[in-house]
Design a protein around this ligand. Sequence first.
Ligand code: HPA
Ligand code: ZN
Length: 346
Amino acid sequence: MEKLAGTLPKAELHLHIEGTFEPELIFSIAERNKIKVPFASVEALRAAYEFQDLQSFLDLYYAGMNVLRTEEDFYDLALAYFEKAHAQNVLHAEIFFDPQAHTARGISFDVVIEGLSKAVSESKKKFGITSKLIMCFLRDQSAESAMETLESALKYGDRIVAVGLDSAEVGNPPQKFKDVFDRARANGWLTVAHAGEEGPPEYVWEALKILKVSRVDHGVRSLEDADLTRHLIEEQMALTVCPLSNVRLKVFSHLKQHNLKKMLELGIRATINSDDPAYFGGYVSDNFRAAQNALELSQEELENLARNSFHASFLTDAERAKYLSMVDDAVKHWHGLNRQDCCQHD
Ligand code: HPA
Ligand code: ZN
């Protein structure tokens, strides 16, 4: 079954491109840009990845991306992710980026999006992966700063599929960004938001009612509210769950305590994603495998998670149908292999 977790075709819907920045690549890009990394070695940097909560992670996450300066840097970062994703059978990815974390350092929005867009095109050619970009606003910055960021993105209209909301959640409720999200929707962009990771279920309600999100990122605290749980099931609202992230950031003390299996049993449209794989110890199939082991997910639940990832994506209906039939084929192939296994042993 571990093998099935790896081989199932998947879409990844909750992935911060800056969170795929592996220490080796941080050091090599720092060297190219003649920037000193405040860690003695790759190993010393990796050893610092011990987090108490979301903020302690964010401090290192923002420090790491400081070496990204040129279009080529953003291209290299994204292409390295696509290579890993391809090896884990990701067929489609919807990728967050944090423009304010770069513009605040004097890197122009254009440099960021040009580098990422080139990697998006190249990954389609090289790996056959389709992908879309989701521009996130840093919720611990002002709504005015988010609106300015939105203005600078308008000219890139169709290179961006949606806007999102990330960074420090508690104390920065979704309603703070109502006007920005209204403007984004008026521009034809979809909306998503991190909510209910560390923040309370009320933040999930606000993301749904005020920001009119099409998916909730994380959303694991939703189950504390019975009405919200019912609403998510009725609406088949997708949650982009990130199991290894939740354990590394101490949202759950152990993967065995995670509520992902409960969500599936309740009929919530949950998906599995890697969030910031360079920091949290695994890419998407690693998350599938870890969750499967800890929660004893059934074969049917694994298949369900793979299907949910395409149902919850922003693909067109025709694209979605094509990918779902690829999941069906992989499952049939898997059953065929297992039948052969069983009979050869008989
Ligand atoms: N939560 C909030 N902000 C983030 C995260 C996350 O898991 N990863 C990168 N920015
Ligand atoms: Zn996230």
